[in-house]
Structure formats: structure tokens, C-alpha cells
Design a protein. Structure first.
Ligand code: BG6
Length: 504
């Protein structure tokens, strides 16, 4: 595999959690695989004063705990880490930063190529690029200059438009890499391969053969120490606007003309632009919000959301969202999409379930389960990554009794089953100058356009209920009513093939 060109990766917000838990462990994994450039350094930037050694020490604990490859801190890696403390809110301090960066560039021989990673609070997303531009650090005539922006990208349509406008004032679109870490997941990318490299799925992948599509991303933890952030965000902004709409786009998109950044991102944006808007008046009917309340989970007393640190005891912020919507285009006309996400649900699972149309006539009509469940293709993003097809089979013996059985593939069965972490893949892609797995500005805006009326309705109509659900349950019962008729959500287990036992 080609190694990226020599460069320095500058991480703003380097004393924060994301750097220690995700970014540096991912870099250490890349180092182990010899995928980093020969001449490469990380310059961590933060307000907390730390020496290079203190920064390295802190990062080494992160690597031991969070790197995918569990064999400790790789040799020669820590020396690549450096730290520079300054107040990034002060434009006047960027001159000193630039001198430090240039000195490190000369020391490392990284050829004046820089990536700037914004792992800071969002309030800094336009300020830092502005000050970098004032120092000429956006100009890429001598070497490349790339900017990675973490989520959340805006908190509604207006702020996302504004942020895009500001960033584009300092960097060109090709230089901007907006992260949605779900696209970095191996199994999410496999969605494209499953769909577009197999002749059997694509002919069925439309309104004629698919009854409905379900996307679930559940978590079995609460908001933990992130109460303050979550109060400003809620599940709709935190998970739906980005990760879940992205998964939906990959399920629904047309085959791209080529596997390259523009073709793939063009198709993603077309899906987002085809989402049928949910008007403010329809929000109550199509979108269910909930909040976890205190409960016993596996014998342990668990706090409710309102008791979490940093959360208003009267908070109406949603920790669960389930919704139904349509994609108004030729392929999907009339096919409902159901998506849901929540904190403090029974287990951590992300999966997509394609429910195929039932047979036109039920020959073996006595079998209720089959009629209700139909054929399902489960695309498991995490954990127990894999694919599962559910279909009916004759129960051996007299008569024609039908039983549902599984045909499954698990990544764990592969001889070389190393799944790189999302950040590993995304960092490497940015280093290689490939933005395919990053969100383009127009896609982010289209997603906000769909989400905005829901946020507005919730703000303007407090009568729209926030349903309480006991921690450890599958969310408010009302979310079941979104799915018409006899059908329900699939209630997934940690193990993908849940025929004989269910592990939560
Ligand atoms: C993040 C959200 O984007 O995704 C978190 O801010 C959430 O609230 C996380 O826990 C889930 O990511 P993953 O990769 O664990 O599914």
C-alpha cells in the first residue's frame, strides 16, 4: 500500500479526550502497519501547558487502552509526538505557533505539508481556520494544506450554512475534510461492496421487492460525563443528522459511475435531497422522542438522564429518537424507512435490516412468524460484524410446516480479521488526499434541511411528548406504533445470528 507524502499532523484540542482515545491510538496502529510517512510528526496543540514528554506520557496510556492492536506502544512512535501550548482564541498568538510548526517541519523534513485537525469545541471551528489563513497556513502552493473538521458541523441548517461559508472563505472545498466517523467503519464501506459487487442484491433493491428498511443504532450506555454537551445536542443532532442519515444514504443511493470521491458523494447527496420533508405539523406523527428514566438494569440501579452530571433536572432533551420517512425518487417511492437510536437501550448494536416483500400468496399460511417477518437481510455494522439472511425452510417431517432459518457470514470467520478502526482509515485517507469517506458541504446542508423542521417543531410545540423509557428497555412503546400492521422493529442481540440464544 502506498504511504502518504511526508507531513505534519497538527491536532488542535490535543489535551482532550478524542485525541487520547481515538486519534493517537489510530496513529499508533498506522505506525505499526508502516502506513505513516517516513518523515512524519504530530504537533498537539492545546491550552493546557504540557511538555513534549508529558504529552507523550498521556498519549501512551491512551494507546495502551484504546489502540486496536493490543501489543503496547510501538517502538519509535512516541518520539513522533510533540506539543505546543497556546491560546488558540488569540489571533496574535498564531505567529509563535507558525514558528514552532516551521521549526518542526525543518527538523522532521516533512516538506511543508500540513494537516490541521480540529478536535476542539465547535465554537473554534471558524476561528482557528481564520487565524491559520491570516498566517498564510491555508496556502498550498509550497506543500499541501488540509483541514479536518470534527462533528457537530453546525447545530441547525442556518449555522451549518454559516460555517460552510466561513470555512470556504479560508480553505477550498477540496482542502476541507468533514468527519463522520461512521463512514470510516469497515462494515459501512462494505455496504457499497455488498450492493454493487453482487448481481443478486441489486435487482431486488427497490420498491418492487423491498417492503421497508430499518436502521437501528442503539447504545447501552448513558451520556456519562458528556451531559453538558448532550444538553445542547440530543439524539437527533448527535446521531440522526449525521450517522443514521448517512447509513440511509448508502442503503438508498444509486450505483456511482466510478469509485471516487465525487461520484460517490454525488449519489449520497442526491438521496439526502430526495428525503420527503416532514413538516412541523407532521412531526408528532412521524417522529417519536424519548428520554431514559431511572431503572434497574441487570440488578443494578441506573440513573435517569435528568440525574446525570451537567443535565438540567427538568431537561426535555431527547436521548432516543425513532422516525419514519420516505425517499421520493424512482427507486424508493412508497417504501417506508424506519430509523431509531438511543442511549441506555438493552445493547450496543448498529444494523440495517432490509425487509423484503412477502410472497404474493401465502401457500403455507399457517405459519404466522414467516408471514410477519418475511425475508430479511441484516447488515450488521457492529458488533459481531457480518451479514445475515433470514428465510423460511420446511420443518423436516410430515406436512409443510415452515420455520425461519439463518444464513450468515461473520467477519470474525475471516483468516485475517483485523478491522481497522474508523479513525485509522479516515486519518490515512486524508493523509493520502482522498476525501471519498468524508462528508461534502452540500450533503451536510441537505441533512440539516431535513432535520430542521423537526427541531423547530420540538422547540415551538412543547406539547409534543418526550416519552420516558426505563433505562435498559428498547425505548418508548410509542415507537412501535410507527411501524404499521403486525410488524415490529427487530430487537437485535449482540450476536448477529440470534436463532438459539440472545446475548445482550
Ligand atoms: C458519536 C456520538 O458521534 O457517536 C456519541 O457523539 C455516540 O454520542 C457515538 O456514542 C457512537 O459511535 P460508535 O462508533 O460507538 O457507534
Amino acid at each position: 500500500m502506498k504511504r502518504p507524502d511526508n507531513h505534519i499532523l497538527v491536532i488542535f484540542g490535543a489535551s482532550g479526550d478524542l485525541t487520547r482515545r481515538k486519534l493517537v491510538p489510530a496513529l499508533a496502529d498506522l505506525h505499526k502497519q508502516e502506513l505513516l510517512p517516513e518523515k512524519f510528526a504530530v504537533l498537539g496543540v492545546g491550552r493546557t501547558p504540557l511538555s513534549d514528554d508529558q504529552f507523550r506520557e498521556k498519549m501512551s496510556t491512551g494507546i495502551s487502552e484504546f489502540a486496536s492492536k493490543k501489543d503496547g506502544v510501538p517502538e519509535g512512535f512516541l518520539e513522533r509526538l510533540h506539543y505546543y501550548a497556546f491560546n488558540t482564541k488569540e489571533g496574535g498568538e498564531y505567529e509563535g505557533f507558525k514558528e514552532r510548526l516551521q521549526a518542526l517541519d525543518r527538523e522532521t523534513g516533512s516538506q511543508n505539508n500540513f494537516i490541521f485537525y480540529l478536535a476542539t469545541p465547535p465554537s473554534m471551528y471558524s476561528l482557528i481556520p481564520r487565524y491559520l489563513a491570516e498566517q498564510g497556513l491555508n496556502k498550498d502552493d509550497q506543500g499541501f494544506r488540509r483541514l479536518i473538521v470534527e462533528k457537530p458541523f453546525g447545530r441547525d441548517l442556518e449555522s451549518a450554512l454559516e460555517l460552510n461559508k466561513e470555512l470556504l472563505g479560508y480553505f477550498r472545498e477540496e482542502q476541507i475534510y468533514r468527519i463522520d466517523h461512521y463512514l470510516g467503519k469497515e462494515t459501512v464501506q462494505n455496504l457499497l461492496v455488498t450492493r454493487f459487487s453482487n448481481g443478486i442484491y441489486e435487482p431486488l433493491w427497490n420498491r418492487n421487492y423491498i417492503h421497508h428498511v430499518e436502521v437501528t443504532s442503539s447504545e447501552d450506555i448513558g451520556v456519562g460525563g458528556r451531559g453538558g454537551y448532550y444538553e445542547e445536542s440530543g439524539a437527533l443532532r448527535d446521531m440522526v443528522q449525521n450517522h443514521l442519515l448517512l447509513l440511509t444514504s448508502l442503503v438508498a443511493m444509486e450505483p456511482p459511475a466510478l469509485i471516487n470521491a465525487e461520484s460517490i458523494r454525488d449519489e449520497i447527496v442526491k438521496v439526502l435531497q430526495s428525503l420527503r420533508p416532514i413538516s412541523k405539523e407532521e412531526v408528532e406523527k412521524y417522529v417519536i422522542r424519548g428520554q431514559y428514566i431511572e431503572s434497574q438494569v441487570r440488578g443494578q440501579q441506573v440513573k435517569g438522564y435528568r440525574q446525570e452530571q451537567g443535565v438540567d433536572p427538568q431537561s426535555r432533551v431527547e436521548t432516543f429518537v425513532a422516525m419514519k420517512f420516505f425517499i421520493d425518487n424512482w427507486r424508493w417511492a412508497g417504501v417506508p424507512f424506519y430509523i431509531r437510536t438511543g442511549k441506555m437501550l438493552p445493547t450496543r448494536v448498529t444494523e440495517i435490516v432490509i425487509h423484503f416483500q412477502p410472497t404474493p400468496h401465502h401457500l403455507f399460511a399457517d405459519d404466522e412468524a414467516i408471514i410477519r417477518n418475511q425475508n430479511q437481510l441484516v447488515i450488521r455494522i457492529q458488533p459481531d460484524e457480518g451479514l445475515l439472511l433470514k428465510f423460511g425452510m420446511k420443518v423436516p417431517g410430515a406436512g409443510f410446516r415452515v420455520q425461519e432459518v439463518n444464513m450468515d457470514f461473520h467477519y470474525s470467520e475471516l483468516a485475517d480479521a483485523y478491522l481497522p478502526s474508523a479513525y485509522e482509515r479516515l486519518l490515512l485517507d486524508c493523509m493520502l488526499g482522498d476525501p471519498t469517506l468524508y462528508s461534502r458541504g452540500d450533503a451536510v446542508e441537505a441533512a440539516w434541511k431535513f432535520i430542521d423542521p423537526i427541531l423547530q417543531a420540538w422547540k415551538e410545540q412543547p406539547c409534543i411528548k418526550v416519552h420516558g423509557y426505563p433505562a435498559g428497555s428498547w425505548g418508548p412503546e410509542e415507537s412501535d406504533d410507527l411501524i404499521e400492521g403486525e410488524m415490529t422493529w427487530r430487537y437485535p442481540c449482540k450476536n448477529l445470528s440470534d436463532g438459539t440464544y440472545c446475548e445482550l
